[in-house]
Structures are given as C-alpha cells and as structure tokens.
Design a protein around this ligand. Structure first.
Ligand SMILES: [Zn+2]
Length: 130
C-alpha cells in the first residue's frame, strides 16, 4: 500500500531516437543511450548510427510524448544538414546553430545568412548566443 517511490515524470518517459534524414525511429534505451538526461550541450541531438541510411547521423532525441510536436526542429535540421552536405556550412558550425537556444525560425534564418555568404560565421554565432 502506498507507493512512495515515485520518480519524476521526466525520468520515466520513453525516449526515441529519430533519424531526420529518413524518418526511422527507435527506442533510445535499446540503442544504448541510457543517460538521456545528460545529453548536452547539443541538446536533443546525438550522434548515432542509422541502420536505414547506413551512416552516422545527428539523430533527434525526443521524448515519446513530444515526438509529434517537434517538426520545427526537424525543419531546421533538414535545412542545416543540406548546407553541410553542400559544404556551405561546416559541421561544427551546424552543431552550434542547432544547439542554440533561439526559436527554430531564427536558426534557419541565421544558417541561410551564413550559407549565402551574407554573414561571417563568427558574427552569426554571436547573434545566436547573444
Ligand atoms: Zn536514416
């Protein structure tokens, strides 16, 4: 009687790893990522193997409950990764843009400025972190 051993809700959710490139999803714990709460400063993205794409990707780590509310972040990831693929933004800069604590629309705007050469990377990152 009386279960006093209640853990915080945030610690009991199901975490999902999703590949933004192909949409494949998998249970993060089964993928070997156990301490999901510790993943920072890259926020909700972790480097992982996508068995569908057969390559390493920055996988989107989401809590199951929030899985369908994260489309804005997906859009950012797609755009930024396209810039990386075309070598207009380097991977390190892309990670900093994705991890920045600003609205997703702002990240895409900044990424576009960098990619189009309208803004120096250093200036852009300063704006993101201001
Ligand atoms: Zn994939």
């Amino acid at each position: 009687m009386g279960n006093t051993d209640q853990r915080p809700a945030s610690d009991t959710g199901i975490w999902i790893l999703r590949c933004p490139a192909c949409g494949r999803t998998g249970d993060a714990r089964k993928a070997g990522i156990i301490r999901v709460g510790a993943w920072s400063p890259l926020g909700k993205y972790v480097l992982g193997w996508c068995s569908n794409c057969r390559r390493l990707r920055m996988l989107n780590l989401v809590q199951a409950d929030h899985a369908c509310t994260d489309t804005q972040a997906d859009e950012t990831w797609k755009e930024v990764s396209a810039y990386v693929a075309s070598k207009t933004i380097d991977a390190q800069t892309a990670e900093q843009i994705i991890a920045a604590n600003v609205p997703e629309e702002r990240k895409r705007e900044i990424a576009a400025y960098i990619a189009e050469g309208m803004m120096e990377v250093d200036d852009a990152l300063r704006m993101l972190n201001a």
